[in-house]
Design a protein around this ligand. Structure first.
Ligand code: GAF
Length: 381
């Protein structure tokens, strides 16, 4: 088996059927178009994207699907089967001078509105239903999956005269999140959701916006994802604070971004920096290096090295960047107690969500039992 889960989640065909049924029930007709985009797990390279560094995510078979029709009413009608907040149905007008597109409640709909506002093609109205198997707010990039699937749906119903590049699409979706969801995210989540390839991780250089595929092909090794099922309030408020601290560090060191600072330069400047700013920068500079090293280790099949880097990454996120939490630390510690586990770390923005563990495929069931959580795993083949 290439993958497994002791938590059941629908495959894409089942998800599509659910979406079509829900669409028919709500709008009394069949949808003409469907678009989907995956969630992701980041293997290593955390909080490095907005510092122009490297990240190494891979897409998951968990995804968001948008089905619907183009309409000529000027009103977009949007229904979701997994509302996080407020009602599951919203309507909004496009091209309306009385009611320009703006963020409002419920929050989940802002991702859709934001993408409509940032889409480069002709503005058209539509009826859609959204279904998703990405755990909402679980640190597996449910936001980007919604943005990218919405964008792809718009490309299908309202094509542009010149095709939009993948890079531009990721940037437009990021802009939607910045401007409509108020989250100053980096580019990792949108980039991998647009550009992921099966059986590969993607080493993304967030400065040049170049991606390099890293094959994941070894049926003796698995990537295991476990969900802490917590999301602390701090997750949205602390992210912008971390971003600002990184910018402050780069400025104090006379560089554009922390990508431009070496560990030696940082250490030489320690006395001139506030301790907290020093620690934030130490995480980022170390993590950019770890991500590059880890990607090489993965290519060479050196899982022990990769695992060690994962643990260093987690410790740095916990101690220097301070974005972990007790639940994530316990999951990581518990995974590391099992023989055959190469490494484990929190993944995503932090303050809850998931951990990712690199493990010998044969011991996955033992790890899950030991961790006392449900998990999703994918063997590297
Ligand atoms: C969130 C953000 F959206 C990403 O851009 C990235 O910064 C990540 O947190 C941390 O690595 O997922």
């Amino acid at each position: 088996a290439g993958e497994g889960a002791d938590l059941s989640f629908p495959n894409v065909a089942e998800l599509l059927q659910t979406a079509k049924n829900a669409f028919h029930k709500r709008f009394q007709c069949q949808p003409t178009h469907a678009a989907c985009a995956p969630g992701r797990v980041n293997l290593i390279g955390e909080h490095t994207d907005y510092n122009d560094g490297f990240v190494l995510p891979m897409a998951l078979p968990l995804m968001t699907l948008v089905v619907g029709n183009k309409t000529d009413t000027g009103i977009c009608r949007v229904f979701t089967t997994s509302p996080v907040d407020g009602p599951s149905y919203v309507e909004f007008a496009i091209n309306s001078s009385q009611e320009p597109l703006a963020p409002s409640k419920p929050a989940w709909a802002n991702y859709v509105k934001g993408v409509v506002a940032c889409y480069q093609g002709p503005q058209v109205s539509f009826d859609v239903v959204i279904v998703s198997s990405v755990p909402i707010g679980g640190g597996l990039s449910s936001s980007a999956a919604l943005e990218v699937s919405t964008y792809t749906f718009l490309e299908a119903i309202s094509p542009t005269t010149t095709p939009i590049t993948d890079r531009q699409k990721a940037l437009d979706c990021q802009k939607a999140e910045h401007t409509f969801a108020g989250m100053p995210c980096g580019i990792m989540d949108q980039f991998i959701s647009v550009m992921a390839k099966r059986e590969h991780a993607l080493l993304i250089d967030c400065r040049s916006m170049e991606g390099q595929l890293v094959p994941l092909q070894d049926n003796k090794v698995a990537v295991l994802i476990t969900n802490s099922n917590v999301k602390h309030e701090l997750s949205s408020s602390e992210y912008p604070v971390r971003r600002e601290q990184c910018e402050k560090a780069a400025l104090a060191l006379g560089k554009k971004k922390l990508r431009d600072v070496s560990m030696d330069q940082l250490e030489a400047a320690e006395a001139s920096l506030e301790p907290v700013i020093f620690r934030r920068a130490r995480h980022v500079i170390g993590e950019i290096r770890r991500c590059e090293d880890a990607s090489l280790a993965l290519e060479n099949g050196d899982y022990s090295k990769f695992g060690k880097l994962m643990v260093q990454s987690h410790n740095s996120l916990r101690d220097d960047f301070e974005v972990s939490c007790g639940e994530l630390d316990s999951l990581v510690e518990s995974a590391l107690e099992v023989q055959g586990v190469f490494g484990s770390r929190m993944t995503g923005g932090g303050f809850g969500g998931c951990t990712v563990t690199l493990v010998k495929a044969e011991v996955v069931p033992e790890v899950i039992t030991h961790m006392k959580v449900g998990g999703y795993w994918q063997v590297l083949n």
